[in-house]
Design a protein around this ligand. Structure first.
Ligand SMILES: Cc1cc2nc3c(=O)[nH]c(=O)nc-3n(C[C@H](O)[C@H](O)[C@H](O)COP(=O)(O)OP(=O)(O)OC[C@H]3O[C@@H](n4cnc5c(N)ncnc54)[C@H](O)[C@@H]3O)c2cc1C
Length: 308
C-alpha cells in the first residue's frame, strides 16, 4: 500500500518512525558502532560481556527504556525498547539480548505486576546499575514451561525455593532474578508463582555456564535453588498467578527476540554487501561469472546497493 493510501485511512505505514524514534535509533546506532563494534570479536572469543559496555547501557538509559522516570528510567515506549534491541543486535546480538531480557521481561514483569514497594525497591536499581534475568525454563520444561519441577514451600514469613533452572540469559551478570516456582503442585499450573530473587539470598547460586556456538558474550547459565529463602513480600503478583505473569511477559519478550533476529539479519546483509562490493572492486571475480557485464556496470550496481 502506498504512503498516500495508508495516510488516507488515518494510519501511518508500520515502518515509519516518529522524530523521537529516529533520533533514538540514530543514537543507539552510534553507540553500537562506536563502542560495541570494536569489542565484538574479543567479547565473543572470551564469551564475556565487557563491563564498559554494560556501564554504558545503563548510562544511556537503555536498561530502563519503559521504566517510568520517577523510578530513574527513560519513560519511553515499548517500541523504543524494541528499536534499541534491533539496533544493538545489528552489531552484536549478545548485547541486544541482554538489553531485551532486561526491558521486555524483567522490567516489564515488575512494571506490570510489581507492588508499589517492589517497584520502588527494584526498578531504580534495574535502570541504573543491576542486570536482571528471567528464570522460567528447566531441563524438562522448555516449551512446556508449566511442567516445571521447581517448588516453593510456604515457611510462614518466607518461601523456600528448591529446583534448577536452565539456560538463563544474563545469569552471570544479573543481580536480580524473576524466578518461577510451583507453590501448589496439586493445583497444576495454577500453583505457579513468580518471585523476585536477589543474587545474595541464602540458597541461591549460579551454576554451569553454557559454552555456546554463537551469541557467546551473552551468558546462559544454570540457576541452583537449594532451599532459597525468599521473603513473602517478594512474591511478584499473586501466589498461583505466575502462569499469567509468564504468559504476558513472554508475549513481549518474543517481540524482543524477533527484533534481535531482524538486527542480526540486517547486520549480516550489510556485512555481505560490503564484502561483495569490496570483492567486486578489488578483482571483479564475481563479475567474471556474469558474462557480458562490464566492470563499470558492476561498480555502478555495487554503488546502488550500498547507496553511495
Ligand atoms: C540461548 C538461550 C537463552 C535462553 N534464555 C532463557 C532465559 O533467559 N530464561 C528462560 O527461562 N529460558 C531461556 N531459554 C530457554 C528457552 O526458553 C527454551 O530453550 C525454549 O523454551 C525451548 O525449550 P527446550 O529447549 O526445552 O526445547 P523443547 O521444548 O524440548 O523443544 C524441542 C523441539 O520440539 C518442539 N516441540 C516442543 N513441544 C512441541 C509440541 N507439543 N508439538 C510439536 N513440537 C514441539 C519445539 O518447537 C522444538 O523444536 C534460553 C534458551 C537458549 C537456547
Amino acid at each position: 500500500m502506498s504512503k498516500a493510501a495508508t495516510e488516507s485511512y488515518g494510519v501511518g505505514p508500520l515502518t515509519s518512525y516518529s522524530e523521537d524514534e529516529q533520533m533514538f535509533r540514530a543514537s543507539v546506532r552510534e553507540f553500537a558502532e562506536g563502542e560495541i563494534r570494536p569489542r565484538v570479536e574479543e567479547m565473543d572469543e572470551r564469551a564475556r560481556m565487557a563491563p564498559e559496555v554494560l556501564k554504558q547501557l545503563f548510562d544511556l538509559g537503555l536498561m530502563g527504556v519503559e521504566t517510568p522516570e520517577e523510578y530513574g528510567g527513560t519513560g519511553a515506549s515499548f517500541f523504543m525498547a524494541i528499536v534499541g534491541v534491533e539496533e544493538l543486535s545489528r552489531v552484536d546480538p549478545s548485547v541486544g539480548v541482554l538489553m531485551d531480557v532486561q526491558n521486555t521481561l524483567v522490567n516489564n514483569a515488575l512494571i506490570r505486576w510489581g507492588s508499589p514497594e517492589q517497584r520502588k525497591k527494584y526498578l531504580p536499581r534495574l535502570a541504573s546499575e543491576t542486570v536482571g534475568a528471567y528464570a522460567l525454563s528447566e531441563a524438562g520444561s522448555g516449551s512446556d514451561a508449566f511442567a516445571m519441577q521447581t517448588r516453593a514451600v510456604d515457611k510462614g514469613d518466607h518461601y523456600e525455593l528448591t529446583g534448577r533452572k536452565l539456560w538463563i540469559t544474563n545469569g552471570i551478570e544479573a543481580g536480580i532474578f524473576v524466578v518461577f516456582a510451583n507453590a501448589n503442585p496439586e493445583a497444576g499450573y495454577r500453583g505457579i508463582t513468580a518471585f523476585v530473587v536477589e543474587k545474595g539470598f541464602e540458597g541461591f547460586a549460579v551454576g554451569k555456564k553454557e559454552n555456546k556456538l554463537g551469541i557467546r558474550a551473552s551468558s546462559t547459565t544454570e540457576i541452583i535453588l537449594d532451599g532459597c529463602k525468599v521473603p513473602k513480600e517478594n512474591v511478584l503478583g499473586e501466589v498461583g498467578k505466575g502462569y499469567k505473569v509468564s504468559i504476558e511477559t513472554l508475549n513481549e519478550g518474543r517481540i524482543g527476540i524477533g527484533a534481535q533476529m531482524i538486527g542480526i539479519a540486517r547486520g549480516a546483509l550489510e556485512h555481505a554487501l560490503r564484502y561483495t562490493v569490496e570483492k567486486l572492486w578489488r578483482d571483479s571475480k564475481i563479475g567474471a561469472i556474469y558474462e557480458g557485464t562490464s566492470n563499470m556496470q558492476l561498480q555502478t550496481i555495487a554503488k546502488l546497493i550500498i547507496g553511495k
